[in-house]
Design a protein around this ligand. Structure first.
Ligand SMILES: Cc1cc2nc3c(=O)[nH]c(=O)nc-3n(C[C@H](O)[C@H](O)[C@H](O)COP(=O)(O)O)c2cc1C
Length: 174
């Protein structure tokens, strides 16, 4: 086991201080549904518009994402800790997350979370392997809805959660 250096710890602290808003990405392929909590994400294109999310290879969501084309990206409100726990601290390998939350099927069956009206639905443009333990999912937004304008759920609010699949888990079988 290699202990983190002082610089690694400073990196971790800087990343925590940036305090990103948290998203839930969902997807579906045939009858298979998947989704996970995501803190690594950003707009990555202007013309055309593109959004990038980084998905851990360990997650079941990464495996389904290789086959799926439709995705929904939900922005969580400050009060939605419970949904963050369902999608971030549990894996679809153990439980059916979609039996435990309200959703309706959208484009190509992608689950739209009923309690998360702030969302982008779109299609996969790329799923890129890079030298990291997460892969980059690039989405073309097709339909965006915004209801809330502030008070998003941020990383600092969920320090009690432990990832359902820690990133040092082996890559999920696809
Ligand atoms: C605060 C927090 C942030 C997370 N950010 C990401 C992320 O950016 N990308 C990712 O793939 N997983 C992230 N995770 C981990 C997944 O949400 C988690 O491992 C989930 O249980 C995977 O579910 P699945 O196996 O059903 O896909 C995060 C978890 C937490 C608690």
């Amino acid at each position: 086991v290699t202990l983190p250096s002082a610089s690694d710890e400073t990196f971790d602290e800087l990343m925590r201080d940036l305090d990103p808003p948290l998203l839930v990405v969902t997807t579906a392929h045939d009858d298979e549904r998947a989704g996970c909590l995501v803190g690594f994400h950003s707009q990555c294109g202007i013309a055309p518009r593109r959004y990038a999310l980084w998905i851990s290879r360990a997650n079941r969501t990464a495996a389904v994402a290789t086959r799926a084309t439709a995705f929904a990206v939900h922005v969580l409100g400050a009060q939605q800790h419970e949904l963050a726990a369902l999608f971030g601290a549990k894996t679809g390998d153990d439980i059916d997350k979609f039996a435990r939350c309200a959703w309706v099927p959208g484009r190509d069956g992608v689950p739209l979370l009923a309690d998360c009206p702030d969302r982008i639905t779109g299609r996969k443009r790329d799923l890129v392997e890079v030298d990291a333990d997460h892969v980059c999912l690039v989405i073309e937004p097709l339909d965006t809805h915004q209801v809330r304008t502030d008070s998003w759920l941020r990383l600092a609010e969920v320090h009690d959660l432990r990832a359902g699949h820690p990133p040092d888990d082996p890559p999920h079988p696809r």
